[in-house]
Structure formats: structure tokens, C-alpha cells
Design a protein around this ligand. Structure first.
Ligand code: SF4
Ligand code: SF4
Length: 420
């Protein structure tokens, strides 16, 4: 199907898409850092190739269906944005493009059911917890379900951690230095509730008052990155309403969620809430960049010398430019040696539901990254995104490596409590 609508007819979003297309000078510098180009070696599965494909579809010279397999294989990792010397804003193109073509996309019934299942379970802690329980009961049926319907069961954890309810309000210890609101996340609350507990514990210990708005919803990342713009806009609008305006910062401790919060002006481009989205986004910080703005004491010494390998989550490093703060904070722990990994700008293959959509590429990237972690000789791995933590843990286990992997904030909380 042809979309005979050039980018300049899509308002503010279209202008950003057109700018991304026009800025690309086709130099190809981005190719070596693109994970799908590294795995598949095909121009159409590179950033440059995809930009040309999207341009042709938007200008009506190519059917969306012909370009689709290559667009679907894009992880949205944005390594290409980091590498590009011309400043192409690939993120301004790929997600709005997916939203645009999804409207006419023909999907099979099983594909629609699978998307419905994922879009109603992953973005809700309650729905996700229920899905894990149901999946446990339904696992015997896994073999008789069509592959595409059974695959989501593989993404769900076999067991879930005990819930750690968060107080809607936590007072700081000692003199108050700031007041923040925390985005609690969805699947992360169920898979690893200790990350939020550690975040609140660390912030309050350092004098920060923490509010967790009760009516907050999913950040919208999953919807936005899979072409469901309407759902993403609904999530963004709700969060704009319920996060208090009089706080110093809005804190995220999941790279993908923080990145989506930063995208609210793009998600709501041309909508009445765009200006409010820009004011909201200006207050969004990853937990590590926020801690880095505070004048905080040094953490306590680790109980034994520790080599920590820090894994850059793409939606921290590439999408938000967060690289130095987590490294600086981890290095500030006496007794910790921070290890730099080779290929640190290459994705681990997590990326939302990519494990389900492109399992072979995801597995190749996950295994390669896990091998680099093993070769590094690290005692412990740190990262700032639940998707990366889950993906790397799974591949480390498959390779028989017993290296613990934790969120950066959990390590810092232990260090400040003298428990590392
Ligand atoms: S996206 Fe940037 S690096 Fe890649 S081909 Fe275009 S201009 Fe070159
Ligand atoms: S976002 Fe990642 S996977 Fe997609 S084109 Fe850019 S580098 Fe490649």
C-alpha cells in the first residue's frame, strides 16, 4: 500500500521526520555501530538503508509492506544517533514512522492477539503479575499454541519476586535538599521491585523527599516504539496530569522509561499538551544524573575489592546521553574498580519485546554481550535498565557464568548503607 503523503503534511512530527531524512548525507559512518548491520551485513538493515526506505515509503515511491521487515528489525537503540557526524535525529523518524504506517498495516489474527496481550499486560504491574500467574498455569498448553501466540510465555519470568509496595510519600533523613517524584515503572515493579525500594532508600538517606504519584501510568514506551501512537499519547497525557508541577525533578530508574518521558514533546507534537510536555520533560532525570547534581558525601568502602563492569543501556547512553554519571558514582565507592567493556555502544538485544519479535538477532546480541562480560573478569555487572538486566542475566546463565548483575542504584544504595 502506498502512502502518497510526504513528510511535510504531518505537521510538527512530519517536520521532524523530514529533517531527519534530509540531514542524512549517506556517509555510512553509522553502519559499524548498528547491531542489525553487524549481525546481518545488509544495507537495508542499516540506519542509512532504513532512512532511505522510510523516505521512499513516506514519499509514496515504495510500499510500506516492502520496507517493513527491515524496519521491524530495527532495535530503536539509537547507536546510529551517537555515531552520526551529521547529527541525524534517527529517533525523530523511526517511532513516528512506525505510528504512521501501523494505521494501514495488515496483521494476522494471531499477531493482533499477541500485540493485544503484550500491550495490556506489560504496561501494568497488576496485569503483568496476573499474566505471570496465568502463564504458569497455562504452560502445559504452550506446545499446542501457534508459535507466535506461545512466544510471549517465554518472555514472562518463571516466578516473580515478592511485591514491595512503595509509600506514596517518603520523608528525607536530615535536612531536605530536594523533592522529587518517582516514575515507578511497570514490569520492573514485578520482576525486580528491589530497584524502586533501593531508589527511595538511597534518595531519602541523601536528604531527598520522594513522592510516588498514585495515579501514574506506564510511560508509554512500549506503545510508542511499536507504532501504537494513540495509546502512547493517552499514557503521556495521564502522566502530565498526575505528576506534581512543584517538584524539583521527575526521576526514572529505567532507561527505556526515562527515554520515553523525554520523548513526550515528540509524542504530543502538534497537540494542545505539547508545551506542558516540554516543561515536564525539562524536569526528567535518570536517577544517576540526578544524584550527580547533588552535593553528596562519599559512600562507604566495599567490604572487599570489587571489579564492576558497567553495561551502557542504549536508552541511557544513546537516547539520553547518560554515560558519565553512573560511572562517576560507581567509581566513587572506595574499593571498587570500574571496568570498561569493548563495544560498549552496541545493544545487548533487549529492546522491549525484541526478544519475541526477532528472537535470533536478540539471542546473538545477548550472547555476544554476555561473553564480553565474562571475558572482562568482572565480579559484578551494573546497568541502569531492567530489560538489559534480564537479557544479560539470561545469557550469562546460558553460558554457565555465575556473575551477579544488579541495577546501579541497588549497588549505590548498598554502598551508602555500608552493606556492599
Ligand atoms: S545517519 Fe548519519 S552516519 Fe548514517 S549515513 Fe546518514 S549521515 Fe551518515
Ligand atoms: S536504532 Fe539501532 S538498530 Fe536501528 S538503525 Fe539505528 S543503530 Fe541500527
Amino acid at each position: 500500500m502506498k502512502h502518497a503523503i510526504p513528510p511535510d503534511q504531518h505537521g510538527a512530527t512530519g517536520a521532524a521526520m523530514a529533517a531527519a531524512v534530509e540531514t542524512c548525507v549517506h556517509c555510512g559512518f553509522c553502519l559499524p555501530d548498528c547491531p542489525t548491520y553487524r549481525v546481518l551485513g545488509a544495507e537495508a538493515d542499516s540506519p542509512r538503508g532504513r532512512i532511505i526506505l522510510m523516505k521512499e515509503v513516506l514519499e509514496g515511491d515504495l510500499s510500506a509492506a516492502e520496507a517493513q521487515p527491515h524496519i521491524d528489525r530495527c532495535l530503536g537503540c539509537l547507536a546510529c544517533e551517537t555515531t552520526c557526524p551529521s547529527g541525524v535525529k534517527y529517533g525523530d523518524l523511526i517511532s513516528p514512522y512506525r505510528d504512521f504506517v501501523e494505521r494501514d498495516r495488515k496483521r494476522s489474527i494471531t499477531d493482533k492477539l499477541r500485540r493485544k496481550f503484550l500491550s495490556t499486560t506489560l504496561p501494568s504491574p497488576k496485569g503483568f503479575r496476573t499474566a505471570v500467574r496465568l502463564a504458569k498455569l497455562a504452560r502445559p498448553l504452550r506446545k499446542i499454541l501457534p508459535k507466535s501466540l506461545g512466544a510471549p510465555f517465554d518472555l514472562l519470568p518463571k516466578k516473580i519476586a515478592k511485591a514491595e509496595p512503595l509509600a506514596s510519600h517518603s520523608k528525607p533523613e536530615g535536612d531536605k535538599v530536594a523533592h522529587v517524584a518517582l516514575l515507578a515503572g511497570c514490569a520492573q515493579q514485578v520482576i525486580a521491585p528491589g530497584i524502586n525500594t533501593a531508589t527511595v532508600s538511597l534518595l531519602t538517606r541523601l536528604g531527598v523527599e520522594v513522592t510516588v504519584p498514585e495515579s501514574q501510568v506506564c510511560c508509554g514506551a512500549l506503545a510508542w516504539h511499536t507504532g501504537d501512537g494513540d495509546r502512547a499519547r493517552a499514557h503521556a497525557r495521564q502522566n502530565l496530569e498526575v505528576f506534581p508541577g512543584e517538584i524539583d525533578a521527575i526521576i526514572s530508574n529505567a532507561a527505556g522509561c526515562g527515554s520515553a518521558l523525554h520523548e513526550y514533546p515528540t509524542i504530543l507534537a502538534g497537540e494542545p499538551e505539547q508545551e506542558k510536555a516540554e516543561q515536564f520533560t525539562a524536569k526528567v532525570f535518570d536517577i544517576t544524573t540526578f544524584l550527580d547534581t547533588l552535593d553528596i558525601p562519599s559512600p562507604q568502602e566495599a567490604s572487599k575489592p570489587l571489579k564492576i563492569a558497567y553495561h551502557d543501556a542504549c536508552h541511557l547512553a544513546h537516547a539520553q546521553g547518560v554515560r558519565d554519571a553512573p560511572r562517576r558514582l560507581l567509581k566513587s565507592i572506595p574499593g571498587v574498580e570500574l571496568i570498561e567493556l569493548p563495544d560498549s555502544n552496541v545493544c545487548c538485544g533487549s529492546a522491549g519485546t525484541y526478544n519475541l519479535d526477532q528472537p535470533q538477532i536478540a539471542a546473538q546480541l545477548g550472547e555476544a554481550k554476555a561473553q564480553l562480560l565474562i571475558d572482562s573478569g568482572a565480579d559484578l555487572v551494573a546497568s541502569g535498565n531492567i530489560g538489559c538486566l534480564t537479557q544479560l542475566q539470561s545469557h550469562l546463565t546460558k553460558l554457565g557464568a555465575d556473575i551477579p548483575i544488579r541495577h546501579t542504584v541497588e549497588i549505590l544504595d548498598d554502598a551508602y548503607a555500608g552493606a556492599l
